[in-house]
Design a binder for this molecule. Structure first.
Ligand code: HEC
Length: 174
């Protein structure tokens, strides 16, 4: 094998290895809520997560995320995150996408102009109806991706926590 080809192969293998190290897989176990701060749930790493009780009652933020997603994102990503012909099914994306990558993708947007197709995710970093509720949308999609949350409006939800009211007022007002 010519030296240059060997170098290319080594580079590709290193790239694949780096990809494996950085990959992130989410499931019910990693997404399990271990702490609760005034109705907002966090997993063992301190990342926001959903909480669904045995009778199907969802935490407030998951419910709020359902509403925000289905008003700001569904036109492209399909109702309940199920996907469309031109935007990915986020119920699949969130099985491997980290919280940090989710936040930056939604804030900054993304363009994929390869292979003659134009695939554009708009930036929402300036849209309060989205960025004031980013965690809500995240936990909702996480519940859809790994938490058995069925499609449609959750039938039962926890009351809106005082902390959610305060955060909303300061974010939307500021
Ligand atoms: C105008 C259409 C449109 C809207 C509205 C939209 N998106 Fe997207 N989004 C896209 C497209 C197209 C892509 C794929 C971009 C690419 O090919 O890189 C995408 C990609 C993404 C990804 C990365 C998925 C992956 O598998 O890598 C995330 C996360 C995402 N969008 C979240 C959201 C959220 C949350 C909202 C609502 C706040 C939203 N999007 C609204 C079109 C849209």
């Amino acid at each position: 094998m010519p030296v240059r080809m060997k170098q290319v192969c080594v580079a590709i293998i290193l790239g694949l290895l780096a990809g494996t190290v950085h990959s992130h897989a989410d499931d019910k176990e990693t997404a399990a809520a271990v702490t609760d701060e005034d109705g907002k749930y966090f997993d063992k790493d301190g990342t926001p997560t959903f909480n669904i009780k045995e009778d199907g009652t969802v935490d407030w933020y998951t419910y709020s995320g359902y509403r925000r997603f289905n008003s700001e994102c569904h036109v492209c990503h399909g109702a309940d995150g199920a996907g469309s012909t031109f935007a990915p099914a986020l119920v699949n994306s969130l099985k491997t996408m980290s919280y940090a990558d989710f936040l930056s993708t939604v804030a900054e947007g993304r363009k994929n102009l390869s292979a003659g197709k134009e695939s554009v995710m708009p930036a929402f970093g300036e849209n309060k109806n989205v960025y004031c509720y980013l965690d809500d949308i995240y936990v909702y999609l996480r519940a859809r991706a790994v938490g058995d949350l069925p499609r449609g409006r959750p039938a039962k939800k926890e009351d809106k926590p005082e902390a959610a009211r305060e955060q909303e007022a300061s974010c939307m007002g500021g």
